[in-house]
Design a protein around this ligand. Structure first.
Ligand code: C2E
Ligand code: CA
Ligand code: CA
Ligand code: CA
Length: 277
């Protein structure tokens, strides 16, 4: 503040602080983004280690901002969750991912299974299976080509409603993967009592391979456990050949990570999917 003639001018604390104003502005920008169709999906290939084929892809949301360029999901998904906009955006993601796989099928004669991330709000909404069924019906994607990713935390928030939601998804023929596995607090006992199909080992356990003996032990134990429970194992965040070979030796089923390919737009997936491991 500047003192003039003994009086000082001061600014009053605005009703909203700067952070709140920024969030409010971002929220209305996100509304507009939805209307202007500024959201896009990128796809990251998942390789099957037994066959060497790209048998899956994960759909990852990006915001193609007119000024800021491609915005990463961690910068806007929390706000979509907070404002409830995630319901609409999440449904768009599901529909777009299914449509994109059908487009690949039309072009190449076949398409990988697509894995779609769900937010906590979508998973606990109570009508998830109905929404998924409607998208499958409208797009005509076979249910076995769709996988949904949820986290341990979403499962254990309300175990009983999780069980019925998962049961309804299984009845549709859709598979479910536990994302970031090992970072949450899921009791191992739940795993065998719920209709689940895939564990995705979090990249924090993959990054220490092959040198870190603790990570090696954790990945080996998760893989053994998963296989005993009839679950498939995908390792996330595979960045080096040494990591891939270690995961292969440990019996991991599938790998995903920058070593194979970064997430790419649909039209680049054809060449990314030509990779073999
Ligand atoms: P996630 O589901 O765990 O996705 C994996 C993230 O790791 C992605 O970041 C991916 O680009 C990145 N990644 C892949 N391979 C590597 C690697 O080798 N090394 C490293 N360091 N990173 C790798 P991204 O795309 O920024 O997504 C961040 C998170 O945003 C996702 O984590 C997911 O939780 C969330 N997300 C993305 N798309 C959606 C969506 O459509 N709906 C919802 N609800 N969440 C989404
Ligand atoms: Ca995921
Ligand atoms: Ca993950
Ligand atoms: Ca995550």
């Amino acid at each position: 503040s500047k003192a003039i003639g003994g009086h000082s001018f001061r600014f009053y604390a605005p009703a909203m602080n700067e952070r709140q104003q920024r969030l409010l502005a971002l929220e209305s920008e996100l509304h507009r983004a939805l209307e202007r169709r500024e959201f896009v999906l990128h796809y990251q290939p998942q390789a099957n280690l037994a066959t060497g084929e790209i048998s899956g892809v994960e759909a990852l949301l990006r915001w193609n901002h007119s000024k800021r360029g491609l915005v990463a999901p961690n910068d806007f998904i929390p706000l979509l969750e907070e404002t409830g906009l995630i319901d609409e955006v999440g449904l768009w993601v599901l529909r777009q991912a299914c449509q994109d796989m059908l487009q690949l099928k039309a072009e190449y004669g076949h398409a990988p299974r697509v894995s779609v991330n769900l937010s906590a709000r979508q998973f606990s909404s109570g009508c998830l299976a109905e929404k998924v069924a409607a998208v499958l019906r409208d797009t005509r994607l076979p249910a076995e080509q769709l996988e949904l990713e949820i986290t341990e935390q979403m499962l254990i928030n309300d175990l009983e409603s999780s069980r019925s939601t998962l049961g309804a998804l299984r009845d549709l023929g859709v598979t479910v993967a536990i994302d970031d596995f090992g970072t949450g607090y899921c009791s191992l006992a739940y795993l065998k009592r719920l209709p689940l199909h895939v564990l995705k080992i979090d990249r924090t356990f993959v990054s220490g391979l092959p040198g870190d003996l603790n990570d090696l032990a954790i990945v080996e134990a998760i893989t053994l456990l998963a296989h005993k429970l009839d679950l498939q194992v995908i390792a996330e965040g595979v960045e080096t050949a040494a990591q891939l070979e270690t995961l292969r030796a440990l019996g991991c089923d599938m790998v995903q990570g920058y070593y194979l390919s970064k997430p790419v737009p649909l039209d680049k997936l054809g060449s990314a999917a030509a990779l073999t491991v």
